[in-house]
Design a protein around this ligand. Structure first.
Ligand code: SF4
Ligand code: SF4
Length: 387
């Protein structure tokens, strides 16, 4: 985890036409093999992107096939794969795991799950103050990373707040929520660069098996890229990702800052010459949306002084059903067939009698919307989901 930046980085690009698992084994081999990552450690933390309960087929989250192949490689080096991820603050971790089927998948593939206290504390976390940090001067990283390796498994997708989310942004999901709040409050772009001064994954594999552009990271357009991009240096990997989706990295604010402050990494590309697979449409940055979204974070400080531990302003706001992307059932079109209730992975969210959705427990996965045979469910709120 605390490896120094290599002089020359190898970044491998491979397509997933022969299956994601096969491609994962291949891309690991192309960047020097898993032994060079594990280096005698007994444990490797696998950090996927499980930001919310939107499955990998939507291009929102890391595919299980990738995780399975990485876990096999880790075990073959004598180390235990351990999954660690906390979804976005507005989502519940256990409900997200239920929707995605994380427990079952990990049990079947001998992957341990590390459930850290998302609110911080000294049990799971240790403070770091990276030299040269400009905004995020003090934050907390997983204590276990002193002995474990970190394998970062982001998704290749756009993000309405940070424009894109790749290797450099993905470790935010293993920071405690108070530090994530600081990142948003102080400025997400510089904070991502600062975070990377202390968190240097031993390996990154970006999952572009689907990916997402437009209004990502949850409700954008599926990109169907069928590519994996791997390497040891997060910035070099992210630059390679930009290449395959035709994006100028200087148009991604945190990558632009990283290039200015960390310098252009020296990297050589191996694997397939894929050119531009799909020219990504970057999200339209609505100023008002960005401001309102940002305001939730500074206002969360006074809110958490009076609220129960673990409660945050954004969770409460989304729970009102007045903001955020959310399903709404239209009585005039609904036949009360019950398909949406069956499609919902969580209990007691949709009331078939009243046709109301309980927004306090709904995790906005939109499986009900996709399942409704009558098009009786619409999606309200800022979203790239088609109405
Ligand atoms: S699936 Fe559609 S039609 Fe059936 S109960 Fe749900 S909202 Fe009504
Ligand atoms: S009500 Fe719909 S969007 Fe909400 S959790 Fe259930 S399936 Fe997902």
């Amino acid at each position: 985890m605390l490896a120094t930046r290599p002089d020359t980085n190898t970044v491998a690009v491979t397509r997933t036409f022969d299956g994601i698992e096969q491609a994962t084994h291949r891309v690991i081999e192309q960047v020097g093999g898993m032994e060079a990552v594990i280096r005698g450690a007994k444990m490797a933390i696998l950090k996927p992107n499980f930001v919310a309960g939107r499955n990998a087929a939507s291009g929102s989250t890391t595919s299980f096939a990738l995780l399975k192949a990485v876990a096999e490689e880790v075990r073959s080096c004598g180390a235990q794969p351990v999954l660690c991820e906390t979804p976005g603050t507005e989502f519940d971790r256990e409900a997200t795991y239920t929707i995605l089927g994380v427990e079952k998948f990990c049990a079947e593939n001998d992957i341990h799950i590390l459930r850290v206290d998302p609110e911080g504390g000294t049990g799971d976390w240790m403070e770091v103050q990276p030299a040269g940090a400009k905004k995020l001067r003090k934050f907390h990283i997983l204590r276990i990373l002193q002995e474990a390796r970190l394998i970062n498994l982001p998704v290749l997708k756009t993000h309405v707040v940070s424009t894109m989310t790749l290797s450099m942004k993905n470790p935010m999901g293993i920071l405690p929520r108070p530090d994530r709040r600081s990142m948003h409050t102080f400025g997400i772009d510089q904070s991502i660069v600062d975070m990377n001064l202390a968190i240097k994954p031993d390996l990154n594999i970006v999952d572009g098996s689907v990916g997402q552009d437009g209004e990502g990271p949850l409700y954008g357009d599926k990109a169907n890229l069928q590519v994996l991009i791997a390497g040891h240096d997060s910035l070099a990997v992210d630059l390679a990702c930009c290449d395959v989706v035709g994006v100028n990295p200087r148009h991604i604010p945190h990558l632009k800052l990283a290039l200015q402050q960390l310098g252009m990494p020296s990297w050589q590309r191996v694997g397939e010459d894929v050119g531009i697979i799909k020219k990504f449409r970057l999200p339209v940055q609505k100023g008002l949306y960005k401001f309102v979204f940002w305001m939730m974070y500074p206002l969360d400080y006074p809110y958490t002084w009076i609220a129960e531990r673990g409660k945050h302003l954004c969770t409460t706001l989304y729970g009102t059903g007045l903001v955020g992307t959310r399903p709404k059932i239209h009585e005039d079109k609904c036949t009360h067939c019950g398909t949406c209730v069956e499609a919902c992975p969580l209990p007691d969210v949709i009331d078939l009698k009243t046709l109301k959705v309980n927004y306090k427990t709904c995790q906005r996965c939109l499986l009900c919307y996709e399942a409704c045979p009558e098009n009786a469910i619409s999606v309200k709120g800022y979203s790239g989901a088609r109405q």
